[in-house]
Design a binder for this molecule. Structure first.
Ligand SMILES: Nc1ncnc2c1ncn2[C@@H]1O[C@H](COP(=O)(O)OP(=O)(O)OP(=O)(O)O)[C@@H](O)[C@H]1O
Length: 275
């Protein structure tokens, strides 16, 4: 297991459709650390995650994965990713087992699955409570069941970094608790975890640090919010605080210094200011 910082994103600036969405986001995740990315709808959580996995390009800023600059990073098998609100089906007639087995591809290449691959697939399916549906077509599953299959696919490669965008969306409480236990095992073997969440729910005891985004900037970086709170409200909860009402967002200005808790600040990240 590596000791290199899993994610080091500094001063991330990104736009979508010509609109500035990230304005200088700093985000660091260490091996074995569970970081929750919180914030209101539209604050930039998914966009931040998508810059980390390379699906949204950075206009400014730097990204390193396991100590390697993004442009030179090749070890994508080390990362398990559950994107937001996708289905596992996508019109492709694949079985649950086939979808989850695809998560082992980077380990066995195009060779047939070996015994330990098949065992890993069974373990991942069992962890999300879908082993008894392994032979079924994913298109025949409910939305929450499909989400559980995608989580199994992300975990089956035993990645060093798990990135999950609202993994609990549409997943019932009993399954959330099972997933929380599974995630704990992943962390205990040293995996780093980045979770986009609206509610901490059963994952709360696992979370080491919460990074709260507001209008494309890091508003807070520190201990997770108290139980029952999805994300801390900004100090002034007036209209100005709502997404889309930040004048800096409209003008594309960078982030102001945020209320960081120095004790919990990322160990290798410079202060959250644009140069
Ligand atoms: N393809 C796109 N083109 C233009 N703007 C986009 C696009 N995708 C997202 N945005 C805008 O980027 C901003 C941030 O979106 P993002 O999905 O990162 O927010 P989020 O914090 O994940 O929100 P949610 O909690 O609703 O999932 C939003 O204002 C959104 O409208």
């Amino acid at each position: 297991m590596t000791t290199a910082t899993a994610i080091s994103l500094r001063g991330a600036v990104a736009s979508l459709g010509g609109r500035p969405v990230l304005r200088g986001v700093d985000l660091t995740v260490q091996p074995g650390e569970v970081v929750a990315l919180l914030g209101a709808n539209g604050s930039g959580k998914s966009t931040t995650v998508r810059t980390v996995v390379g699906s949204v390009p950075l206009q400014r800023g730097t990204l390193e994965l396991f100590g390697t600059p993004y442009a030179r990073f090749r070890h994508w098998h080390r990362i398990g990713y559950v994107p937001q609100r996708t289905t596992a089906a996508s019109g492709v007639p694949a079985s649950v087992r086939e979808v989850v087995s695809a998560g082992r591809l980077s380990r066995h290449g195009l060779l047939p699955l070996r015994r330990r691959d098949r065992e890993a697939v069974d373990r991942a399916l069992s962890a999300v409570g879908m082993l008894d549906r392994a032979a079924d077509g994913v298109a025949d599953l409910s939305g929450g069941q499909q989400q559980r299959v995608l989580i199994a696919r992300a975990m089956v490669g035993e990645p060093d970094l798990l990135i999950m965008d609202e993994p609990m969306a549409g997943v019932d409480l009993a399954s959330q608790q099972v997933l929380a236990r599974t995630l704990r095992q992943e962390v205990e073997r040293g995996a780093a975890v980045l979770l986009v969440l609206h509610e901490l729910g059963p994952l709360e005891p696992l979370i080491d640090r919460a990074v709260v985004l507001r209008d494309g900037c890091v508003a807070q970086d520190g201990p997770p919010p108290p139980s029952g709170r999805g994300y801390p409200q900004p100090p002034t909860a007036g209209q100005h605080a709502l997404p889309g009402h930040d004048p800096d967002l409209l003008t594309g200005q960078g982030c102001h210094p945020h209320a960081a808790d120095d004790h919990h600040r990322p160990r290798t990240t410079a202060p959250g200011l644009l140069p």
